[in-house]
Design a protein around this ligand. Sequence first.
Ligand SMILES: [Zn+2]
Ligand SMILES: [Zn+2]
Length: 75
Amino acid sequence: MDQPARRPRCRAITRKGFRCPIGPRPSGLCHVHDPAVQCGAATRRGGRCGVATGGGPCRTHRHEHHPDQATLELG
Ligand SMILES: [Zn+2]
Ligand SMILES: [Zn+2]
């Protein structure tokens, strides 16, 4: 009684090079990889916070409200 092999999976590739095994959202990406449900806040290293929150900032960035820096653009 196995599940069908064609079960939909997230399109993202993990750091180890494997397909992400988590079931996808309508976007084709799982809740971990879909940017729509990630924090998305800019990090100090110039990256993007990828913490899966379900939408909105993560706990770390929720408290970082710096209106002065909001308009700063890198480059
Ligand atoms: Zn995924
Ligand atoms: Zn964050």
